[in-house]
Write a protein that binds this ligand. Structure first.
Ligand SMILES: [Zn+2]
Ligand SMILES: [Zn+2]
Length: 138
């Protein structure tokens, strides 16, 4: 079942391809407006939904509930700091093999998977250690 991709979907997909990072729907809306390919925010959401069902893009939800969209081709995961929000890309995937297996054993067409690690980055860990030391004296 191949559905015709709308022009807005194509524009968004092209934008995501040129960016090397996840981007929110709001940012997509602003980016397109800057490049004079303006479309309403509702259209952006509709196009993103269609692209997602097609398996062309994937959504990643941050700790603050915001969704970031990116092209699906890369199997990339992140370490996200709960304190400062920094996302560090990791270039390893322990479930890549599993995905292939599941696809076969369940006859399920897997578009993508998510795997996220949350905690504190080294800078925030250090800051926390310092403030713990201060708190001890109080
Ligand atoms: Zn941090
Ligand atoms: Zn992976």
């Amino acid at each position: 079942m191949k559905t015709q991709r709308t022009r807005s979907s194509n524009r968004i997909l092209n934008l995501l391809k040129t960016l090397n990072r996840g981007i929110s729907a709001q940012e997509i809306y602003l980016e397109l407006r800057q490049s004079s390919q303006s479309m309403g925010l509702a259209t952006v959401y509709r196009a993103l939904e269609a692209l997602k069902l097609e398996g062309a893009i994937q959504a990643r939800t941050l700790a603050n509930g915001e969704s970031l969209y990116s092209c699906v081709q890369e199997d990339k995961h992140h370490l996200t700091c709960l304190q400062c929000g920094v996302s560090i890309a990791i270039h390893q995937c322990p479930v890549h093999e599993l995905e292939t297996q599941l696809q076969k054993s369940h006859q399920f067409k897997i578009y993508y998977h998510t795997l996220e690690f949350f905690g504190l980055c080294d800078r925030c860990t250090e800051a926390q250690a310092v403030s713990d030391e201060i708190n001890v004296d109080i």
